[in-house]
Design a protein around this ligand. Sequence first.
Ligand code: PMP
Length: 355
Amino acid sequence: MSNWEQNVRRAVPYTPGEQPQESGVIKLNTNENPFPPSPGVRKILDDFDTDRLRLYPQPDCSALITAIAERYGVKHSQVFVGVGSDDVLSMAFMTFFNSDKPILFPDVTYSFYDVWADVYKIPYKTCPLRGDFTIDPDDYKQPNGGIVFPNPNAPTGVCESVDMIEDVVKANPSSVVIIDEAYIDFGGESCLRLTEKYDNLLVVQTFSKSRSMAGMRIGFAIGSERLIKYMNDVKFSVNSYTMNTLTLLCGRAAVQDEEYFNKCCGEIINIREYSKEKLKDLGFELTDSKSNFLFAKHKTAKARDIFESLKERKIYVRYWDKQRISDYLRITVGTRGQMDKLFCALKDILKGWTL
Ligand code: PMP
């Protein structure tokens, strides 16, 4: 090994879902929204004067932050924005998880958490979910250097109550608790209101799912003014211009279109519930997902085999060969037409195997 390599920061990177480039694919593998962003976003793009790109963007992102603060009824100083919620979460890990004690998160959860913990050299400990994939709040009452989990959880879709989250936050006044609400707009109850009562609670959300803007990269966090100030101090010590001018404008337009947002989320919820029944008819068992994806296990067929057969038919879903979840497929909720094609393909695949 060359000498300089001894000093390299080693990282085992997160593996994002595939983004196939071939045509005719039904893409149900990365929880994107099948509907377009708000028409207000289209208008910003159509009217945008490219001369504005000569200038740096607003470093404080205030146009977007003001719109988010108004929408969620909080102060401007309680909002932090970043390049997708991955950026926001990574900044929050860097800012708040700085103890010798381990941070805690579930054994089955978003697979970026252990990656950030490793790259930032944060000790961590996973707490096993119960058999039904719910969180036992008592697991989070041991000494720790911070707590993070998604609600609804990923990839299970299981949603915890605000009371359960309050129980965890209340029991940990000496730690920051991060609740990753990437999927909260699809039927779960947000714990945002708890941020008024607890200054150690940070709630993170994204425009990638419920606002159909995964390609634009917008995420945000809401918490006490003190938490947000600490995050900004770290952010401005790393990179002042994280959000570009166009993104700030498009994000503001999206968050101001409440009617379109409600319509799209309602539609996804309807298709999800319809899809649950269809999958049950095909012999799948499912969690009661409150997100824009389904977490499904077939009674007899192997998840990996179904995953591969679907892929041959250009239908992409997600599969992990990991403990506790290797029997499951995670299927993003697409349009009604896409889901019907999926059910047809599944029927065909499963028929061949059970003959
Ligand atoms: N949290 C969870 C639980 C997720 O599944 C994702 C999507 N991969 C994210 C955060 C990050 O999403 P984004 O960076 O697109 O906001």
